[in-house]
Write a protein that binds this ligand. Structure first.
Ligand code: SAH
Length: 222
């Protein structure tokens, strides 16, 4: 399967559906044209089960198996925009590969991404999608992302797509000076999207908006 031969039944409309999605994201306040272009370019229906492909361009989260979800397109765009903050990033760490959709969008906008997933079959599926789409700057690994990936630090951006209850210290420590980490923080009862900026003495935080992510868990599942 290639980007030009999507699942049967979606092929003729997916490009127009993506155009409509981009218009919706624009109305919802996404301003960075590079982000909108990346959202237009990545075929989201290739990141969900065939049975759900017809719903891939709705602005909703969808199940991807193993109790996990692919994030709502608006949230993917919002987090990407907040991470880039108008700049160019060379080396980004993502925690929570899931379907691989967020990694794919980011891969068009940054030089190199390391992405960590704790559920082996999800990681393998995502790896196969990156291969099929020719996204060679994404480096997926099976690992517990609460610990980050210290050997490749420092990162000039970290994006987390599962919610820890507090800001994981190892991740802050792997950020370069002045670099941002965008993550959901909280429990199932309430979460906020937060942007952390590493400073000389510690870090600053900005609250972006309320969100609803799956919880960040420890350890890996083979
Ligand atoms: N970015 C993904 C969203 C997936 S949902 C997408 O675009 O599809 C969040 C993912 O985080 C799940 O796949 C879950 O297994 C993973 N996750 C949760 N805790 C983790 C941890 N400690 N390390 C790595 N991945 C984790």
């Amino acid at each position: 399967m290639t980007p030009d031969q999507p699942h049967a039944g979606v092929g003729m409309t997916s490009e127009r559906s993506r155009d409509r999605l981009v218009e919706l994201l624009r109305r919802q306040g996404i301003r960075d044209e590079r982000v909108l272009e990346a959202m237009r370019a990545i075929p989201r229906h290739l990141f969900v089960d065939e049975a759900l492909a017809s719903r891939a361009y709705e602005n909703t989260a969808l199940p991807i198996g193993f109790g996990q979800t692919i994030s709502q397109p608006y949230i993917v765009a919002r987090m990407t925009e907040a991470l880039l903050n108008g700049g160019n990033l060379e080396r980004v760490l993502e925690v929570g590969t899931g379907s691989g959709y967020q990694s794919a969008v980011l891969s068009l906008l940054v030089r190199r991404i390391y992405t960590l997933e704790r559920i082996a079959p999800l990681l393998e599926q995502a790896r196969e999608r990156f291969r099929q789409l020719g996204l060679r700057n994404i480096h997926p690994r099976l690992a517990d992302g609460t610990l980050g990936l210290p050997e490749k630090r420092p990162y000039d951006g970290i994006l987390v797509t599962a919610a820890p209850e507090g800001i994981p210290r190892p991740l802050v420590e792997q950020l370069d000076q002045g670099a941002h980490m965008v993550l959901p923080v909280g429990s199932r009862e309430g979460q906020a999207l937060v942007r952390v900026t590493r400073t000389a003495r510690g870090y600053d935080t900005e609250l972006l908006e309320p969100v609803n992510f799956v919880p960040m868990l420890g350890g890996v599942e083979k």
